[in-house]
Write a new protein. Structure first.
Length: 529
């Protein structure tokens, strides 16, 4: 579902009230078509120009900044960061927003710019204009006119709004027999016909999600022609936040996260196939262990083998003297056939030990990759970079930058009594936290038998309350975060040892005790400051 002009009319009014004279502190590129404006007062404006989900809203969602930036983003960053949003307007009732920007140079001279946002689905675009509406740059450039494109736009040309031939529903009281209104979706037009009224469009918006059992839609007012369960929201931004994050489950991934997910998925599938193949080879080798018995039977009956014979029938003294046929190579002598059988047996015996080692090594590698995959689910931008660094997937420039700014950030929780709980969210953080940062007298918490974060507790006294909170944190930042009654081990850091020669942050520990908890984020937030 894409925002129409009627919804945008009310959304712009809502945003205009909240954003006028607000400073843009920082601009973040999430991917090639989406941006996050970090605003004065710790607010964030999210803009998405991807075809099926183009929209904008105020957001509380944590988004991940891309490591590779476009030249257009660099230009936007130059002009927009530190500037003021002076005004926000919708063009007619079209899906176009014009944001007036006021920037000041080092000498205090002010300049005006315009950010034009066109929310046209697959033709969605973003323009940066100067005070004369000349295009400084745009997200998607168009140089040719054709049947699918009646506008051209590129830097240093005049920006013009698309021509309007339809009727603005906010400037008329006439109910049309066909939907010839500007920016009105067929869904809203159906409601207009059902009510036989246009005036409700001008009423104060009522943000609602409507569940019709067939699908869930959003609207800026109740749709009486639909039979569905309505859920109200305080603002249109909150409505869009709920719809895109939880109904459509639109990913907040950027290119780095997609790169990691695809890489891990591919590597996991590759190593699983390798293990399957090795298991088959092992079974074949186990079958060949029976060649020792065959060799012994042939050795005892070698005198019965005729020259150039391709088989010999002997009594199996291992199995009640039942007759058994031994296949032979007629080109080889009886002695050579015997040697060949024993050599194949010895080879199989050696192979089993070797294959077992290879299978175990590959299972360790698989466990490592699965752990990374789980860590990625809770990773934020810096943590994704650390996983990329661990896998040696960072570009050279990014590696050099990381070396200069080599500081590992560990999330810290503090309870109401001042006790500190640190949690590592990837292997780099886990290894640093447990083996470098932690004191021998600190406590180590980890979910029992499941990949998870290393959790370190520094406290004066390990009370039941501290144990419960730390265990909750350890369980929440593990693969068992959605489970109930999760077993969490804890012990002193001095009893924790890294598993040698194994990738990742796998450890062994002794003298542990176990507590059972149900991971609860609300409980964690309520009991930490």
């Amino acid at each position: 579902m894409i925002i129409d002009g009627v919804f945008l009319h009310h959304l712009v009014n809502e945003l205009q009230e909240q954003l006028t004279n607000t400073r843009i502190n920082k601009l973040i590129q999430i991917d090639n078509n989406s941006y996050l404006f970090s605003l004065q007062g710790k607010r964030k404006l999210y803009l998405n120009l991807n075809p099926d989900i183009c929209h904008l809203r105020l957001t509380n969602t944590e988004y991940i900044q891309a490591t590779k930036h476009s030249s257009f983003y660099s230009l936007l960053k130059k002009y927009l960061e530190g500037s003021l949003i002076k005004n926000l307007n919708q063009y007619e009732n079209d899906r176009i927003i014009t944001m007036e920007i006021e920037a000041s140079d080092d000498l205090g001279f002010k300049s005006s710019y315009y950010l034009v946002i066109e929310l046209f689905g697959k033709d969605a675009n973003l323009f940066l204009l100067d005070n004369d509406f000349m295009i400084l740059d745009c997200l998607k450039k168009s140089y040719l006119l054709d049947e699918n494109n009646n506008r051209i736009f590129f830097p240093k040309m005049q920006y013009t709004y698309p021509p309007q031939t339809k009727i603005n529903p906010f400037k008329t009281d006439t109910i049309l027999s066909v939907n010839d209104y500007q920016g009105m979706s067929n869904l809203i037009y159906t409601e207009v016909i059902f009510r036989n009224d246009l005036s409700f469009l001008k009423e104060k918006p009522k943000p609602v999600l409507i569940n019709t059992n067939k699908k869930i839609i959003f609207s800026c007012f109740s749709l009486t022609h639909l039979n569905g369960l309505e859920t109200e929201f305080k603002s249109l931004s909150e409505l869009l936040e709920e719809y895109y994050n939880y109904v459509l489950k639109v990913s907040t991934q950027n290119n780095d996260q997609k790169l990691l997910e695809n890489y891990l998925k591919k590597e996991i599938a590759k190593i699983q196939k390798k293990i399957e193949k090795q298991e088959i080879e092992k079974q074949e080798a186990i079958k060949n262990l029976d060649l020792e018995r065959i060799g012994n039977l042939l050795s005892a009956n070698l005198h019965k083998v005729e020259k150039n014979s391709n088989r010999v029938i002997v009594e199996d003294f291992y199995n009640n003297n039942e007759l058994v046929t031994i296949e032979l190579d007629p080109k080889l002598s009886p002695t050579k056939n015997l040697d060949n059988i024993f050599n194949r047996y010895k080879k199989a015996k050696r192979a089993i030990n070797l294959i077992d080692e290879q299978i175990q090594a590959n299972k360790d590698e698989l466990q490592y990759l699965l752990t990374l995959q789980d860590q990625l689910k809770i990773a934020k931008h810096q943590e994704i970079k650390e996983i990329l660094e661990e896998l040696d997937l960072l570009p050279k420039t990014e590696k050099q930058k990381n070396k200069k700014n080599k500081k590992i950030e560990i999330e810290l929780f503090t309870d109401k009594n001042g006790n500190k709980i640190w949690v590592g969210k990837n292997n780099i953080q886990n290894n640093y936290l447990t083996h470098e940062f932690a004191l021998k007298t600190d406590y180590f918490f980890h979910v029992k038998g499941i990949p998870g974060s290393h959790t370190i507790v520094r406290c004066k006294s390990l009370t039941p309350e501290v144990i419960n909170l730390a265990a909750n944190i350890a369980a929440y930042y593990s693969k068992a975060r959605n489970s109930s009654n999760v077993a969490v081990d804890y012990t002193l850091v001095k009893y924790v040892k890294k598993v040698p020669k194994m990738k990742g942050s796998f450890v062994t520990y002794t003298n542990e005790k176990t507590v059972f908890v149900t991971p609860d984020l609300d409980f964690i937030k309520k009991n930490t400051i």
